[in-house]
Design a protein around this ligand. Structure first.
Ligand SMILES: NC(=O)c1ccc[n+]([C@@H]2O[C@H](COP(=O)([O-])OP(=O)(O)OC[C@H]3O[C@@H](n4cnc5c(N)ncnc54)[C@H](OP(=O)(O)O)[C@@H]3O)[C@@H](O)[C@H]2O)c1
Length: 336
C-alpha cells in the first residue's frame, strides 16, 4: 500500500482502520468479527489503527489488544484518544484534558491494550478549561518517559494546532474530512501542511452514507437518525447526492465507498500527509479499502465528483448540538 508520513517520521499505510464500530458505535458489538477485521487490515498493510478509551467504555482498546499479535506490535501505529467524558448512561459529560488526569487515563489504556506504549496519544477534544500548552506539556512528559511515541490532536482549529506544536511537535491532527465535510480545507489542512503535521481524516464514508449502501432512508439507515445527516429531512438530500456518485463510480467500475476513500487520498497524494481512516467492523471491508488506495482519480474524475457533490451541498450538521459544541475545529475553522 502507498505510504504516508505523519509528522517527522511516522510511516503508515495511506488507509487506516477506525475501530469504533466494533464496539457498538452503530449498534451491536462485534468481538470475533472485529478481531478478524483488525487482523485482515494488518495483513493487508493497513498499519494505522485508531481507537479511544471511550469506545465501548474500554471495550475497544481491549479488542485491539487481543487482535495485536506480538509480531504486529512494532508494525502497527496505535492511535488512542483520551479525555472524552460520558455518564454511565452514555450521556455527554464534556472533556478532561487536565495534566494530572493524563497518567491515569494512559495507564488504564496501556493495561487494556496489553502494551507498554501508545504510538500516538491524543486528547479526543480540546478541554476549554485547560490551556492546550498544559495538556501537551503533560503529554510531552509521557513521551520522555517512553509511554507515548507521538502526540496527536483531534478536532481542533488552526490556532490550537499552532499553540500545541510550539510546545512539542505534533504528529497528526485527526479531523472529519470527506466529500460531505470539507470545513478542514479552509485553515486546518493548510496549517498542518505548513507545520509538517499529518492529517488523519475520519468519517471519509460519512458514517456509512458515502458507501451507496442505502438508496432509501430505510432499515439500518433509520437507526442512525441521531446523526443529523441521517435524520428525516436531511437524509433525502444526502442520498440524492450519493446517487450522483453512484453513476460516476459505475462509469469507473468501482463503488461509491471506494470513490469516497480515493477522493480523500487524492487530497494528500502530492504531499503524502493525509491518511484516510476507514471505519469498519467486517473483514470484507478491508479489501474494498485497500483497492480504493490503489485507485487513481484523474482530473476529469475529480471535476465530475466536484460537480456531483459541491462543497456545502450536504444537508445537516456533522454532529448533534451537544457534541458539535465540543468542537474547537468548528469554532475556528471553516464549516462543512
Ligand atoms: N477523532 C474523532 O473525533 C473521531 C470521531 C469519529 C470517528 N473517529 C474515528 O474514525 C473512524 C471512522 O469513522 P466513522 O465510523 O465515523 O465513519 P466512516 O468511516 O465514515 O463510516 C463507517 C461506516 O461505513 C461502513 N463501511 C466501511 N467500509 C464500507 C464499504 N466498503 N462498503 C459499505 N460500507 C462500509 C462501516 O460498516 P461496518 O462497521 O459494518 O464495517 C461503518 O458503518 C472511527 O472508527 C474512529 O476510529 C474519530
Amino acid at each position: 500500500m502507498e505510504q504516508r508520513t505523519l509528522g517527522a517520521d511516522v510511516r503508515v499505510g495511506a488507509v487506516g482502520l477506525g475501530c469504533a464500530g466494533m464496539s457498538g458505535a452503530y449498534g451491536q458489538r462485534a468481538d470475533e468479527q472485529g478481531i478478524a477485521t483488525l487482523r485482515s487490515a494488518l495483513d493487508a498493510g493497513i498499519t494505522f489503527i485508531d481507537t479511544a478509551d471511550h469506545y465501548g467504555m474500554g471495550h475497544n482498546e481491549t479488542l485491539v489488544g487481543q487482535a495485536l499479535r506480538p509480531a504486529d506490535r512494532d508494525r502497527a501505529v496505535v492511535s488512542v484518544k483520551f479525555g472524552a467524558l460520558f455518564g454511565v448512561d452514555g450521556s455527554v459529560r464534556g472533556v478532561n484534558g487536565r495534566p494530572d488526569a493524563i497518567p491515569t487515563f494512559l495507564g488504564y489504556s496501556l493495561q487494556r491494550l496489553g502494551t507498554d506504549y501508545v504510538d500516538i496519544y491524543r486528547p479526543a477534544r480540546l478541554d476549554p478549561a485547560v490551556p492546550i500548552e498544559e495538556t501537551v506539556g503533560a503529554l510531552a512528559e509521557m513521551v520522555q518517559k517512553g509511554y507515548v511515541r507521538g502526540i496527536g490532536l483531534s478536532e481542533v482549529g488552526a490556532e490550537t494546532i499552532r499553540r500545541a506544536h510550539a510546545v512539542h511537535p505534533i504528529t497528526d491532527v485527526q479531523v472529519e474530512y470527506s466529500l460531505f465535510s470539507r470545513g478542514a480545507e479552509d485553515e486546518i489542512l493548510p496549517t498542518c501542511r505548513e507545520l509538517g503535521i499529518g492529517v488523519t481524516a475520519y468519517g471519509v464514508l460519512a458514517q456509512g452514507m458515502l458507501t451507496g449502501t442505502w438508496r432509501q432512508p430505510v432499515g439500518d439507515a433509520r437507526h442512525r437518525g441521531h446523526l443529523p445527516r441521517f435524520a428525516a429531512g436531511n437524509i433525502e438530500t444526502n442520498l440524492a447526492l450519493v446517487e450522483r456518485l453512484r453513476e460516476i463510480a459505475a462509469s469507473r467500475g468501482t463503488t461509491v465507498a471506494q470513490l469516497a476513500i480515493a477522493w480523500v487520498l487524492s487530497r494528500g497524494r502530492a504531499h503524502r500527509d493525509v491518511v484516510a481512516l476507514v471505519g469498519a467492523s467486517r473483514p470484507h471491508r478491508i479489501t474494498d479499502a485497500v483497492d480504493a488506495a490503489g485507485l487513481r482519480l484523474t482530473e476529469d474524475d475529480l471535476d465530475a465528483i466536484e460537480q456531483a457533490v459541491p462543497r456545502g451541498a450536504v444537508a445537516g450538521e456533522r454532529y448533534a448540538p451537544a457534541l458539535l459544541s465540543l468542537l474547537d475545529s468548528e469554532r475556528t475553522g471553516g464549516r462543512r
